[in-house]
Design a protein around this ligand. Sequence first.
Ligand code: UDP
Length: 235
Amino acid sequence: MKYKRILLKLSGEALMGDRQYGIDPKRLAEYAQEIKEIHDKGIEIAIVIGGGNIFRGVAGASNGMDRVQGDYMGMLATVINGMALQGALEEAGMQTRLQTALKIEAIAEPYIKRKATRHLEKRRIVIFGAGTGNPYFTTDTAAVLRGVEVNADVILKGTRVDGVYTSDPEKNADAVKFDYISFEDVLAKGLNVMDTTAFTLSQENKLPIIIFDMNKRGNLLKVCEGQTVGTTVTI
Ligand code: UDP
């Protein structure tokens, strides 16, 4: 395996499967199997999960809701997803811990870096919920932050697209996918990989990001083996 410890970022929307909203149990079970494959290979796995399948603060604000209130609702949505993922991973036979940036002690440990690291060393899968715990941030930023904190080797951003393109492949048939690209080139070309805060944090800490299609069976394992899947962003 190319990596010893990874931070896997899954968007909330990824859990919807073919649905328009919420969580598809079938998709969740499929993800659990993919994660089990890499866990069986000895990789230490930390996961940050989004909440966009349930609630986004920006969407709430555009409908007249207070932005901060909406963002906290979004953070709670990530905890619901984290609990669902935790259930699916345990169903598939893995040990897990859910740690949240907002304290909800009846269901999750509060985020403590040293504890998280210890869990990882003991081969427990650690799911980080409630994003960074602060409004106006995203779970992509939480992923990079936690990745840096627990010394992950790489951020694996599993999405529904298979990488970074020269332009939007859905609008432009000539769009070409990058296998590798530098942080600087992403900025110079104005490409969209992650939000600016997440991207800058990753660049400053020299933490590579791989964007890949999580819905293609076997891709997660291939990425961890170091095969050229998706787009790798490095310094
Ligand atoms: N959120 C937040 N602070 C954070 C992480 C998330 O306020 O540190 C809120 C924000 O409202 C966001 C929502 O939680 O819209 C869900 O997260 P995100 O949109 O990143 O989820 P994803 O797009 O990955 O499903």
